[in-house]
Write a protein that binds this ligand. Sequence first.
Ligand code: NI
Length: 185
Amino acid sequence: MKYPITVYGDPILRKRAENIGKDTEGLAEIIENMWETMYYADGVGLAAPQTGMSIRMFVIDASSGADEEPELKDFKKVFINPEIIELSGEKWAFNEGCLSLPEIREDVLRPDVVRIRYFDENFVEHDEIYKGYAGRIIQHEYDHLEGKLFIDYLSPLRKRLLKSKLNDISRGKVQTHYKIKPPVK
Ligand code: NI
């Protein structure tokens, strides 16, 4: 089942999401639905708040980036109750987009290296270090669990220039090839 995607203006995207337990009912099905939703929307990552659930979980499939970074070939992971332990390395800019901010793309500066502790779909704990494109997507998706969006990193000027687009999105006035959940007013 595909979930409709929540967009800018929906308060759930501004909330800190809650940890979940191993015995969360229907967890395997939720994960399956998140994959299905992400692929159909052509995303490389999807966080639970974007599907209307304020829980600490995101999925990433970065294997499409393997042309440029061969180590991404099998990068397909579920991150549950993640915690960023450390960000380090030099900041670099990447033109980011987000399924919750349709038609907006902006250069965002983020540190290169992220150390993250999380549980996988079998509730096995991992403590790993990622950099490059993988580290970038992880930071973007993790932000969704903290109630943050990539536009929060932009300069006041860039933000001002986006204001009318953002207003349109928050009123559901935006074209997407995937189903969105219009923000509650
Ligand atoms: Ni996003």
